[in-house]
Write a new protein. Sequence first.
Length: 250
Amino acid sequence: MSTSDLVTFFDERFGEVDAYVELLEQVEKVAQSGPPRLESSGYSITAPQQKILYSSVYLQLYNLVEATMARCIAAITQTAATAGQWQPHDLSDELKHEWVRTAARTHADMSPENRLKYALQMTDHLVKRLPIADFVIESGGGGNWDDEVIHSMAKRLGCPIKISGPTLTGVKRVKRDGMGSMKLIKNRRNSLAHGSVSFVDCADGVAVSELRETAEHVEKYLREVIQSFVDYIDSYIFLRPESRPNGGTP
């Protein structure tokens, strides 16, 4: 996956969210003069059904966050492996830590025999000076991604996250329940997924304008996160300085 693929992916996926919110704007507009109706059948959309539609925006936005982070993290290891020339010792300290975690399965619960097997495999890889193959970085972020977790993960990988003042202010601005946009969509997604709140109750008192604003804050924030990962990859910061092509110039 190239870094340009990250932007293309995000554009496509956010386009789906944007199209859905646009649909809800039309539904809300029609509802101002009575229950929205489906012209071909004459069926009227009820108020509870309208709220269910609204609640789905939180799911879509959270899925976008999780998918974006999964793609950004995967792009790092895929780029490191694609060249076929870099070895584990070429990796930055942060990414070498992740490679060892994966190669030796250091955080997996296994028998002593299996632990020895993976340790020998990693040792064999190092002794033979084999190039890095694509590996998976365990993020542990399923259902828990918000702006703080994103920053924590980026720090773990040695990736500087640069968020502009206006974007940070927007995403941190309290929306509901004392939370900014990123924390709110995580909280509401988890509440819906675990059944602690119904789809109807989740959108109680929520207008489409609020959903639109939340989506815009999330979009701006994620775009700057993606750009931070793109800069990190294109500048080869995942490698040790002496291993970076052209001194790390993209």
